[in-house]
Design a protein around this ligand. Structure first.
Ligand SMILES: [Zn+2]
Length: 548
């Protein structure tokens, strides 16, 4: 039974303790255990995958709703904030400590544990009062209300977040003309702490602005879609409804939250929605990321009034063709796509500097990046080449949209996803990750210089992240648990009616959705299922070769 919530271990472990149990709850609405369990009982939640310690698994409190009592309080709260009966998997899976439920060879960072929850939260701007390190715990839900205050916009009340009051303008500083939120996707504190020498520019801002040492995303699972919606709305997934990268829609189908448009993904208005509706043409709101999950930062856009600018990647013809920019059709009518970004040099244009950038960043000019043929990595998109490529396009948006020149404050939301991509491809402890963090940090220096040159002193920048990432099992001491193996063990134990309908509809790292009808037909109680799963050990479902 893990009661320890430290940041993920790595070669340089221990430099980043997660927030202490319960400490981040003192000033918030407290969630009673009874209240959580009342919800859990309606649709059974709380399941404990034990380590290979049968005695621990057999305590009788380790499965079903009662297992919630065994979880550290802050972990339990994150699960509560991230789960809703109508859209989440019916059973919550909480692997032990650093273990994770792997599927299709993918690593996951979707956990309620500190090592994936702990994120950078650094506010800076020429007009921001330098307060340095702030030890008060905050979450991603606190971003939107803080922005609202900086904007002087009182027509927004964050459902769950609270203002980060330490972020304040210096005496005499005027209201910012532009506020930028930059998310280093997957660049949680456990990743940064693995590579402490690779982000000198971000570190340089610590004492020059407000650096929240105990910032967490605050809800389970820690992954892209829910946390970006949290950043945009000031609400946790329990409120905004974008509970995971897959949700259950009202008709029972499970799919990407944005697959039916942004207004089905997010159920409450984002700060940017309210703001744009209020200021109209007097300000511009823009978002630049690569996938629809990132548009959660500006909310659902509009089909009738002023629209935020939004950019995603548009995949090329094959694995060696660089993506361009675009908007998927399902979200396109809610946002305004700035066509001009595709007039810039392509990522794989031989005259462009981007491939050379990726070639050089590993310290060896050999036409490759860490031995990888750059073009073969999605036309360079899965290499550091993509960072200056995207940065250039972002600068173009700032220029062409004339951000920082309008009557009211403009808003710009950025997502840079290379760190996350590289974490999935090579793990957080890889040399590829070192390069990616370094590229991201260099980009920060360039971006700050760009803002200084173009906007003078009237801008504010937040650098944060949406989750941490996973180290190689043998480095972190974690153990991948096999989703397919779990599925087949459950099927062979409980699914006896041979009607071809699977008992388990879907397994995701943080949850499992079951077919309740099929469960009844097999005369199985949910508690039978959760008890069975809670007693599985690494020996049962650990992936061969995944052992430390
Ligand atoms: Zn992410």
């Amino acid at each position: 039974m893990a009661t320890d919530d430290r940041a993920g271990s790595g070669r340089r472990r221990g430099s980043s303790p997660g927030p202490r149990t319960g400490a981040d709850l003192g000033r918030r609405r407290r969630i009673s255990r009874r209240r959580f369990l009342a919800g859990a009982a309606a649709a059974p939640a709380g399941l404990w995958l034990s380590k290979a310690v049968p005695a621990a698994a057999a305590t009788g409190r380790s499965y079903g709703p009662d297992s919630a009592c065994d979880l550290p309080h802050d972990v339990l709260v994150r699960i509560w904030r991230g789960w809703r009966a109508d859209r989440s998997g019916r059973i919550v899976l909480v692997p032990h400590g650093l273990d994770y439920l792997a599927g299709g060879g993918l690593v996951t960072h979707s956990t309620p544990w500190g090592y994936t929850q702990h994120v950078p939260m650094c506010w800076y701007g020429p007009g921001i009062k330098p307060v340095g390190i702030v030890n008060r715990p905050v979450t991603s839900a606190d971003i939107a209300p803080t922005m609202a205050r900086l904007l002087g916009f009182s027509d927004f009340r964050a459902p769950d977040g609270r203002d980060m009051a330490e972020v304040a303008l210096r005496g005499g500083a005027s209201k910012p003309k532009l506020i930028v939120v930059a998310v280093w996707d997957g660049g949680g504190r456990n990743v940064l702490d693995l590579w402490p020498d690779d982000w000198p520019n971000l570190r340089g801002l610590v004492t020059r602005g407000a650096w929240y040492e105990h910032a967490t995303v605050g809800s389970n699972p820690s992954n892209t879609a829910p946390v970006h919606a949290t950043i945009g709305t000031g609400a946790f997934p329990r409120t905004h409804g974008c509970v995971d990268i897959l949700i259950r829609f009202p008709d029972g189908r499970i799919g990407d939250p944005y697959s039916r448009g942004p207004d089905q993904a997010i159920l409450v208005p984002a700060l940017a929605e309210r703001y744009l509706a209020a200021v109209g043409e007097d300000a511009v709101v823009a978002e630049f990321g690569t996938v629809p999950w990132h548009v959660g930062m500006v909310g659902r856009g509009s089909t009738t009034g002023p629209q935020p600018v939004a950019v995603c990647k548009k995949l090329g013809a094959n694995e060696t063709t660089a993506p361009t920019w675009g908007l998927p059709r399902v979200i396109a009518k809610h946002y305004r796509f700035p066509e001009y970004v595709n007039d810039l040099p392509r990522l794989d244009d031989p005259r462009a500097p981007y491939f050379r950038y990726a070639d050089r960043i590993d310290g060896t000019i050999d036409g490759k990046w860490r031995g990888h043929v750059i073009r073969n990595q999605l036309g360079g998109f899965h290499t550091p080449a993509r960072i200056p490529f995207q940065e250039r396009a972002v600068e173009e948006v700032i220029r062409r949209e004339e951000l920082g020149t309008h009557r009211e404050t403009d808003l710009l939301f950025l997502n840079f996803k290379l760190i996350d991509e590289v974490g999935h491809l090579y793990y957080a402890d890889s040399p590829e990750m070192s390069d990616s963090v370094r590229a991201q940090d260099r980009c920060l220096a360039r971006f700050v210089a760009f803002l200084n040159n173009n906007l003078g002193s009237e801008w504010v920048l937040l650098v944060t992240s949406d989750h941490g990432h996973t180290t190689r099992p043998k480095v972190g001491g974690s153990y991948p648990l096999d989703q397919a193996r779990l599925r087949s063990l459950v099927a062979s134990r409980f699914d006896r009616d041979e009607d071809g309908v699977p008992l388990i509809r879907r397994i995701r790292p943080p949850w499992m959705d079951i077919d309740m009808e099929e469960l009844r037909e097999n005369h199985v109680m949910v508690s039978d299922l959760t008890r069975f799963i809670s007693r599985l050990s690494r020996a049962d479902i650990g992936r061969p070769g995944g052992a430390p």
